[in-house]
Design a protein around this ligand. Structure first.
Ligand code: SF4
Length: 435
């Protein structure tokens, strides 16, 4: 849903349009200003749109392609589309066909990826010729659009020239630059980042993680090490430069990598504040700034008592996702996760206390799921999400994360729905997504 731009940004970026003979171009359309959960396609932020008889391509304020879909009868569904991430991945958003998508993931559209992940739902849209062709051939399709029509406004012609000049290699190089600024690609984003459609700016506040669990497919070999304040300032400067004019379309920050909560409290708070200022989140086109980070059982239990009050006072809604994995000793042992079930229980209790005390913080937790875990695992999760809590709570989502990649399992899906039915906390599947 896009409407003509009516906001202060229009003063410097007026909407300009061209329509003629099967070609329609509109610059600086205003999409939704808030991330919403609705069952029809919504585009976020300020974008420019080019539409021909065969396709619709949408571009960000840096003239880089952001969304695409074919209009031919070979496209899977008219309300489905492709989105290109800042990490230069294409994601296919599926609409219907998968009963219960909203119940399962808390979103109406199911993201499908080109890389292996742990999703139990969805098909293989990238094997569809029309989807593959759109991802691969959009520059060639774009090249056929004439930019020298005499009746085309100069601004539109100039814009068309700019979008045509950006090649697939340029986009890949820019993604590599992003990874270099942060020190590595973000291999996993917190499940809570769905509240910003995963449109986050990643900033590495600390490398590595504490545990190096045996089961984990996203870990790296780096020992846990916080970055220096100087390095964080460098990242903020370089990220602002990289996101460029499109920065106005962002209002969400991800503090990486896998256990930012274990960084010193003052570093976390000062990084969030500096980012908010330098990235201009107060002036962002998108409303409701959000901050995302991962934490661990030990980083949560050892956290500075004042940290959560300080985070609660920031101009962000903050989501901290804790890897709990299991409350069953045998399962923790099998996973190679070096924490005790007792500590997992204490961390779970602390999460509930923070959720009650801090209106602007949501602590969420992850548990794993798999066909081959000890039988007490599900019972132990149930102990926490059902019996340890006296009444249903709207806050403090629990995410269940299938261990197996590219292996949808009916039994695991059945366990998920069984747990969700009785859980007193909101419960969703965690689909691992990178940036
Ligand atoms: S689950 Fe978390 S703590 Fe364990 S290895 Fe993976 S990233 Fe590290």
């Amino acid at each position: 849903m896009l409407v003509p731009l009516k906001n202060p940004f229009a003063i410097t970026h007026p909407e300009t349009a061209y329509r003629s003979d099967g070609l329609s171009i509109t610059l600086n359309l205003s999409g939704s200003r808030a991330y919403t959960k609705v069952s029809y396609p919504v585009k976020y932020g300020i974008i420019s749109r080019l539409e021909t008889r065969e396709m619709i391509l949408e571009f960000n304020l840096n003239h880089e392609i952001r969304n695409a879909r074919s209009k031919t009868r070979h496209w899977l569904h008219p309300s489905e589309w492709l989105k290109r991430t800042v990490g230069n991945d294409w994601i296919y958003y599926s609409s219907g066909g998968y009963a219960g998508v909203y119940e399962a993931i808390g979103e109406y559209y199911l993201p499908n990826f080109t890389y292996p992940t742990n999703s139990l739902l969805g098909g293989r849209p990238f094997e569809e010729p029309e989807v593959a062709k759109t991802c691969q051939n959009w520059p060639e399709l774009l090249a056929t659009v004439p930019d020298n029509r005499p009746d085309m406004p100069a601004r539109v012609a100039e814009w068309l020239g700019q979008v045509k000049r950006i090649t697939k290699a340029d986009l890949e190089n820019k993604a590599q630059t992003l990874f270099e600024i942060c020190g590595a690609r973000t291999t996993v984003l917190p499940p809570d980042a769905r509240h910003s459609d995963y449109n986050v700016i990643p900033l590495t506040i600390a490398d590595g993680c504490l545990y190096k669990c045996r089961f984990c497919k996203v870990k790296n070999k780096k020992p846990f090490t916080p970055r220096s304040p100087e390095d964080i300032q460098r990242q903020i400067r370089d990220l602002a430069h990289l996101y460029g004019k499109d920065l106005v379309n962002y209002n969400a920050l991800f503090l990486g990598e896998h256990d930012a909560l274990n960084a010193p409290a003052d570093l976390i708070v000062s990084t969030a504040r500096q980012s908010y200022d330098r990235f201009g989140f107060a002036r962002s086109y998108m409303k409701h700034p959000r901050l995302y980070l991962f934490g661990s059982v030990d980083s949560l239990l050892d956290a500075d008592p004042h940290l959560f009050d300080s985070l609660n006072a920031l101009p962000f809604d903050t989501f901290i996702n804790i890897g709990l994995e299991s409350f069953d000793p045998a399962t923790l042992e099998q996973l190679g996760k070096p924490v005790t079930a007792r500590k997992v229980g204490l961390a779970f209790d602390k999460m509930q206390s923070i959720n009650q005390a801090c209106a602007r913080i949501e602590m969420t937790g992850n548990f794993v799921m798999d066909d081959h875990l000890p039988p007490d695992h599900i019972r132990a999760v149930l102990d926490l999400v059902r019996h340890r809590i006296t009444h249903a709570l709207p806050k403090g989502s629990v995410y269940l994360s299938p261990l197996a990649f590219a292996k949808p399992s009916r039994e695991v899906l059945y366990d998920f729905y069984r747990l969700k039915t009785v859980s007193r906390l909101p419960m969703f599947l965690y689909i691992i997504q990178r940036l």
